[in-house]
Design a protein around this ligand. Structure first.
Ligand code: ADP
Length: 390
């Protein structure tokens, strides 16, 4: 729905529908979102692979490197939007999982600020970050929590006129960690405050400030914070008077001086494997092949199931990366066949697919796959997986 600045609903479907009808249409919407996100992911994989391949070849050429960086950033943005869509359908079905571990406030905030910096810099905002002097550890999903903070920071950057001020302040209040993000932007009318956390809600007078959002960011953020046992709230003195978002996390919080290991190095060591890539999307297959060759592996490509099975016999790969949905013989069929054939039994099977939900992973496991990667797989992820295989 689109709301007017005073909170009135601009357009409403006016018919009375019974509950089953509404439920059915909700279900179809979720299915549509999941399918849409999946279809949008497919072209992203070859684009990302190609850009990695290009940038590996562009060492020393500043102009090309710059273009590669730009495309990479845009693809990452697209991947994020698609991920949001995917997550919204997961939220509707209540199947989001947290990967909790011990992490630090500092790591989370750093990662969030890194994500939001391009938007903040582009709008010439000043960002001030105030963290408590002591190091704070918390048990939670670091990636999700960084996503939460980045989302709120991005909104502050989006809904504030150029040259604004954004303040991120984190402090301990009793057992709670409280993170506040304040901006001096367009503000939020009081009657809209409770609505902005709903899915697909955007305030109409904010539309000149949007940057291709879908109106689902805050609903995701709220859900993720609540999954951590926390809460998210917003305050604003009114339109034009800035906003403040407050994230409260009652997670296990403790003071510590253990340092957290730095993120993985950017140099990727060689992987010498024989790799078969199977994908009916020729661009996806060949761009991935380019990448894996760069890692030092020997690669063959098949664009259909029959060729794949033939190559499994003649090329004798150590690993096969299989797209699932192909006309005729699918990735599932290939896996089943491979696991039944003595000469192919040793081949490690990796499903490379746009579908990444738990039930999808269960399906590939049942079909005999050893691993499940979601497209577009990052180079470092592939590298790690390939080198971990005996
Ligand atoms: P999106 O930004 O994609 O529209 P969100 O769910 O992140 O979706 O935000 C929902 C709405 O809440 C936005 O469209 C905007 O109207 C309002 N909003 C969010 N953050 C701010 C902010 N910092 N200042 C003013 N309005 C905001």
């Amino acid at each position: 729905p689109v709301f007017g600045p005073d909170g009135e609903v601009e357009a409403v479907a006016g018919t009375t529908r019974d509950v089953t009808e509404i439920k059915e249409s909700e279900r179809r919407k979720d299915e549509f979102l999941a399918t849409l996100a999946h279809e949008l992911r497919n072209p992203l994989a070859p684009i990302r692979n190609s850009i990695h391949a290009l940038s590996l070849n562009a060492k020393g050429n500043a102009a090309i490197s710059q273009v590669c960086d730009m495309v990479e950033r845009q693809v990452s943005h697209m991947v994020r939007l698609v991920d949001d869509l995917m997550e919204i359908s997961r939220i509707s079905r209540g199947v989001i999982e947290l990967r909790r571990a011990l992490t630090t406030l500092d790591t989370i905030v750093r990662s969030a600020v890194d994500t939001s910096t391009p938007l903040i810099v582009a709008a010439k905002h000043t960002l001030i970050v105030e963290l408590p002097p002591e190091s704070i550890s918390l048990y939670g999903d670091g990636v999700r929590l960084a996503q939460v903070i980045a989302n709120v920071l991005n909104n502050a950057a989006k809904y504030t006129d150029h040259g604004g001020h954004i303040l991120l302040r984190a402090e301990l209040e009793g057992p709670e960690l409280v993170i506040r993000v304040r901006d001096n932007g367009i503000g939020i009318a009081a009657n809209m405050l409770p609505l902005i956390f709903d899915m697909f809600v955007q305030v109409k007078n904010a539309s000149s400030h949007t940057h291709g959002g879908l109106g689902i960011g805050l609903s995701l953020v709220k859900h993720l914070v609540e999954m951590h046992g926390g809460s998210l709230s917003a305050t604003s003195a009114g339109a034009g008077l800035g906003s403040e978002f407050c994230i409260r996390l009652p997670c296990v919080v403790q003071q510590t001086d253990t340092s957290v290991p730095s993120p993985e190095g950017s140099e990727l060591p060689e992987v010498k494997k024989r790799v078969l890539i199977v994908d009916d999307n020729e661009d996806a297959a060949s761009s991935l092949a380019l990448l894996i060759v760069r890692l030092g592996s020997e690669v063959q490509v098949a664009n259909n199931g029959a060729d794949a099975l033939a190559l499994m016999n003649s090329f004798r790969p150590d690993v096969a990366l299989l797209d699932l949905g192909m006309p005729g013989i699918t990735g599932f069929d290939i896996a089943t066949q491979a696991k039944r054939t003595a000469s192919m039994e040793h081949i490690k099977l990796i499903a490379l697919t746009g579908w990444g939900q738990p039930e999808d992973r269960e399906r590939t496991r049942a079909a005999g796959f050893d691993y499940h990667l979601v497209k577009p797989a990052a180079l470092s992820e592939l590298q790690k997986l390939l080198s971990s295989l005996a």
